[in-house]
Structures are given as C-alpha cells and as structure tokens.
Design a protein around this ligand. Structure first.
Ligand code: AFP
Length: 345
C-alpha cells in the first residue's frame, strides 16, 4: 500500500490544493531537510566536529551540548523561509515571531537525548505543528488538540521519520543515498499486548505509589497478579523509546517523583509530550499523566514539564486505574480483580 513513496510524494498527496495543508506539508518538508542535515552530523560525529561537549545551559537550566545548538540553528534556518507564524524551541527562552499572518506555528525539540551523543546511541528531533490562534501570544498555550501534525526523527542505525498529519501514523526511512525519506510503514498501529516496560528504575525510591505498584507487578512477572513475565528496556532517549513502542508495543513512563525539580516529571509538554501523545493516539495507543490525557492539557508555560506515560492503550489505562484507586495494594491483590482480568493488562 504506498510503501516506497517518498515523503514529498506523500506530502503532495496530502496537501492537494488546500492552502492550510500546503503550509503544513511545506513545514514538514523543511523539517525533514533539516533532519537530513542533522543526520549527517550524528553519523559522522567527531569527524563533523561534533564533540558532545557541554556548551552551557538553556534558560531552563538544562545542559546544552554542541549538537543541541547546531541542530537548533539548522532547524531555524530551514524553517526561516516558510509561512510560519511562531517558532518555539527547547533551546530558546521565548518563542520567536517569524511571520505574524501565517496560519501555522511550529515547536521543536531540536535534539532530544543529547546526553547520549558521546555514547553513540540514538538521539532525535521532535516537532509539533499547531494552528496559529487569533491571539498570537497564546500560540503554544493551546491544548494538544490544536496540533495539526506532529512527528519525530530518530538518528539511529537508520534515520527514520515518524509522522502524523492527523490521520494515522506513517514511518519513513532515509534512503541510503541520504537525500529522500521513503515510506516503510504506512498507518502503523501499536501492538496491544507486548510485555515490555521502560522506566528509569534508579528513581524507584522517589516514585509515587501507583508507579511503585505498577512496576512491582511487572517485576513479579508470572508469579504476581499480572501472571506473565515482563521485559525491561531503558534507553534514556525518548525518541528511541517511542520508536520501539510503535514497532513492538509496551509502555514508557517518565512520572513525577519526589526529587527536587521532578514534581512534574522531566519531559516538556509543548514540544515533547504533546507531539508524542498525538502520535501515540493516532497509532492506536494512549498517553497520560496518570491522572489526565496528555492531549487535553493546556500549557501554562512554554517549557512546562509534565509526567508522561505512553504506549499500548490498555497498559496506560491500567496505570490510570491505579492512580484512581484509593487503596492500590489491597485492590490489585484482590482475587476479584485478578480473576476478572481488570488489572492484568
Ligand atoms: P537530554 O536531551 O538532556 O539527553 O534528555 C533526554 C530526555 O529528556 C529523554 O529523552 C529521556 O527520556 C530522559 O531525558 C532520560 O532522562 P533521565 O536521565 O532522567 O532518565
């Protein structure tokens, strides 16, 4: 079905003669060009002058690596000549107004997982395209439902682009000659029942009770209430975890915890959680804070953090049920729940 189409062909098919869709397609094509450039840098590493060194901190206190800043510049220059009203980036304190009258605006995390650069592990670029509201100052203060498109690129063994234009999720891979993304998996769906979870277990003592309970049950495996064995993966790179979930299912958790500065987790709502949630839902999965659907959240600030639990829908729902349960331990051990399978997904 459409496999082998280039990204440009797919975008042309999507936009036809609709001007809003054309603007979205142009922005995605520009982001893809920027990704090809960044992919070249990640592939060549030190040979391209990428040191993985810390250059400073962004206004929110995060460490900035050399490639964070280069990726940010590449994306800004790629988008600069298109009809984009506002551009926001993890690396910029405030959104930049480019073209007031434009119908769409873009938020990016230019290089997610940059602490992995030196270790030759997968990193990526995440983006979210929203409709520009009448009050331009509120562009990124809209719920995740305002997204028109979202995607991410993984710079791994292959460079792959995952894209939703609001009707399903397509996966493209950069061809070996390095100049075009080609569709490899149209309309990807997250497998429902994979027994795999991803969480940074070194934070266990800081987790809230529902997270403790969920992971305890996974680790208890076939001997516990879930009655099956689980496998764990943690890459420390959101894009790589998301790609794995899209490919073989499972759940990713970066919850709030009791450490200083982690009361809202670590990940950013506008340019990480919103686009990931859009992609997960479009691929048949779910994304939640544990208490609320990520796409329903309205950001209060550009760099706001949010707990993120995403992946196979039933796994996310189970976690939400644990958050709703006043007495988690006794409930999840109750034979009634185990027998009915309510807590088994
Ligand atoms: P960096 O871009 O600073 O490497 O952060 C990546 C990230 O936000 C996300 O990709 C990971 O899920 C998460 O950090 C890993 O963070 P911990 O080291 O706190 O587990």
């Amino acid at each position: 079905m459409n496999e082998g189409l280039t990204l440009q062909e797919r975008l042309d098919e999507f936009s036809a003669s609709d001007s809003l869709r054309r603007a979205i397609a142009d922005a995605v094509a520009a982001l893809a060009q920027a990704a090809i450039h960044i992919s070249g840098l990640t592939r060549r590493g030190a040979l391209a002058g990428v040191t993985g060194q810390t250059e400073g901190r962004n206004t929110d206190g995060d460490i900035q690596k050399d490639l964070d800043l280069r990726a940010d510049r590449i994306i800004r220059s790629a988008l600069g000549s298109f009809a984009i009203a506002v551009l926001a980036s993890e690396e910029m304190a405030k959104p930049e107004i480019l073209n007031r009258g434009a119908a769409i605006s873009v938020a990016v995390d230019p290089l997610d997982g940059s602490s992995n650069i030196n270790t030759n592990m997968s990193v990526g670029t995440i983006f979210s395209i929203v409709r520009t509201p009448a009050d331009i100052d509120t562009t990124f203060m809209q719920s995740g439902e305002a997204q028109l498109a979202a995607g991410f690129v993984v710079y791994g063994p292959q460079t792959s682009l995952v894209l939703t234009l609001g009707r399903g999720v397509d996966v493209f891979t950069l061809d070996s000659d390095g100049d075009a993304f080609r569709l490899i998996r149209p309309m990807i769906q997250i497998p429902a029942d994979t027994a795999e979870f991803a969480i940074n277990a070194s934070n266990q003592r800081h987790w809230e009770a529902p997270i403790q309970a969920y992971i305890e049950d996974c680790i208890a495996g076939a001997d516990g209430v879930r009655r099956k064995d689980f496998n764990m993966r943690w890459i420390g790179s959101l894009v790589a975890e998301a790609y794995r979930i899209l490919t073989r299912g499972g759940i990713f958790l970066y919850p709030a915890d009791a450490r200083d500065g982690y009361s809202e987790g670590r990940l950013r709502l506008v340019y990480e959680a919103h686009p990931m949630a859009f992609i997960m839902e479009q691929a048949g999965g779910a994304a939640s804070t544990g208490h609320a659907r990520i796409l329903d959240l309205v950001p209060r600030a550009l760099h706001q953090r949010v707990p993120l639990i995403m992946g196979s829908r039933e796994k996310v729902r189970r976690l939400e049920r644990l958050y709703m349960s006043p007495d988690i331990k006794s409930e999840r051990n109750a034979p009634l729940f185990a027998n009915r399978g309510l807590f088994r997904n």
